[in-house]
Design a protein around this ligand. Structure first.
Ligand code: IMP
Length: 424
């Protein structure tokens, strides 16, 4: 499994793509098109939102699991766009039990954010939260409903009965017309997605039972997790390792390796606490050198020094077996490099994550300084070629986290990585 250990955008797409080479199946288990995974292969940049990162390998079956929320219009567009770039998506499988994001979810996401004013969460405005809310309230429509016009219309009529007055009376928006919406989704999306819709849980277990290898691909990350993140500044799903069992339909005993992806520094998009945030020229440097703008939303990401209090918490909650450290090269020109190793909370030193939100908001980072390497790492492909300071920086992270780093990214390209140590 590949999971994010920060606030997303760690570079999970690159590592998933790298690992997918040796897999038979890659399964997305949560989130939706709020995700943006960037892959660079043979000089071309592929931006994925819903389609699992394994799609670039013809031998991989990419699976969208039951825990994902699917905007069918976006999925069809993505499949078409990838097709135009020569990527064959015919093997893509979508769980019939995955919930649909429909246009009222997206409108509600936008108006709810506006309603929150200064307290807004900074969502991606893709309708993710409202779709998961409907799933929990048991009024969601599912991918399989696209194949059953009668059920689709019945459910949609019921849900619009509630959404339309909410949109019109509370938010002053136009209501949705049942027939227009039903016709569009049933006539345009249903037939296009029909060949892809299947029982993904059954397929996954068939694959496991026949000895195939399966990679679970997390979207977003630990600190955006609905239960374990910096609530309410989180997404509405469970990106943590435990979420994969629910969102893909397997038990924990099937999972033998959990790789936590961390950047060599840290970023966040949207609002919420961020103890090691840099609002100075070093922060600007990280944005520029790391090209820290959202893959899909283009929003500028907030940047800061690596926070190992968070990393240790991610190791615990996800039972991480090893780390993949991304974008080490972005630190090439910085000297010294700081790492947040503890928080000062009201004069008390904390090395583990405070659970109370007001403590996280008040946490002042305690830094250790390490010497920079001041050289270009983008061409390094072997651990022996790393400057001593870079090696020391990585060892420091491993010591802080208590798990080994197995992969280190030194650039966006598929070949720009170092196999750092053996898989534990
Ligand atoms: P939502 O997932 O659109 O509801 O947004 C909730 C929070 O999660 C916001 O702070 C978003 O910026 C953040 N978020 C959602 N998806 C991603 C992602 O893929 N990368 C980084 N942040 C994300």
């Amino acid at each position: 499994m590949v999971v994010g250990t920060q606030w997303g955008d760690e570079g999970k797409g690159k590592f998933t793509d790298l690992l997918a080479r040796d897999q038979d199946m890659v399964v997305r288990y949560q989130g939706g098109h709020n995700a943006g995974h960037t892959l660079v292969a043979e000089g071309e940049t592929f931006k994925l939102q819903l389609v699992p990162s394994g799609v670039l390998y013809p031998h991989v079956t990419p699976v969208i699991g039951n825990g994902v929320v699917v905007d069918p219009v976006v999925l069809i567009e993505e499949v078409d766009r990838l097709g135009g770039m020569g990527v064959d998506c015919r093997k893509l499988v979508v769980s019939g039990n995955a919930h649909l994001i429909l246009p009222y979810h997206q409108v509600l996401d936008v108006v709810a954010e506006r309603h929150l004013g200064r307290n807004k969460l900074g969502t991606t405005k893709r309708g993710i939260g409202p779709a998961y809310a409907d799933k929990a309230a048991r009024v969601g429509l599912r991918v399989q409903d696209l194949l059953d016009p009668k059920i689709f219309r019945q459910k949609l009529a019921m849900v619009l009965h509630e959404k339309n007055p909410l949109l019109a009376k509370v938010y002053n928006r136009l209501p949705f017309d049942l027939d227009t919406l039903a016709d569009q989704y049933l006539n345009e999306c249903g037939p296009r997605l029909a060949p892809h819709i299947a029982d993904t849980v059954g397929l996954l277990h068939d694959a496991l039972e026949s000895g195939q290898s399966v990679l679970l691909e997390g979207a977003q990350a630990m600190f955006l997790d609905l239960d374990h993140g910096t609530y309410p500044f989180v997404t509405s799903s469970n990106p943590v390792a435990g979420g994969a069992c629910v969102g893909a339909g397997i038990g924990p005993r099937h999972i033998d390796r959990v790789i936590g992806v961390t950047k060599a520094y840290i970023t966040r998009v949207g609002a919420g606490p961020f103890p090691s945030e840099l609002t100075d020229e070093i922060g600007d440097h990280l944005v520029d050198v790391g090209r820290e703008y959202g893959t899909n939303t283009k929003r500028r990401r907030r940047c800061g020094w690596l926070d190992t209090v968070m990393l240790r918490h991610a190791v615990r909650v996800n039972s991480l077996s090893d780390l993949a450290i991304a974008k080490l090269d972005v630190l090439d020109a910085l000297d010294p490099i700081k790492v947040c190793v503890a928080y000062d909370v009201g004069g008390e030193r904390r090395t583990s994550m405070p659970y109370h939100q007001s403590e996280i908001h008040r946490a002042v980072p305690v830094y250790e300084e390490l010497p920079g390497w001041c050289s270009d790492l983008s061409g390094v492909s072997d651990r022996s070629e790393l400057p001593r300071q870079a090696e020391d920086y990585l060892s420091f992270i491993e010591d802080q986290a208590g798990v080994p780093a197995t992969l280190v990214g030194v650039g966006p390209g598929r070949d720009q990585f170092i196999a750092f140590s053996r898989v534990p």
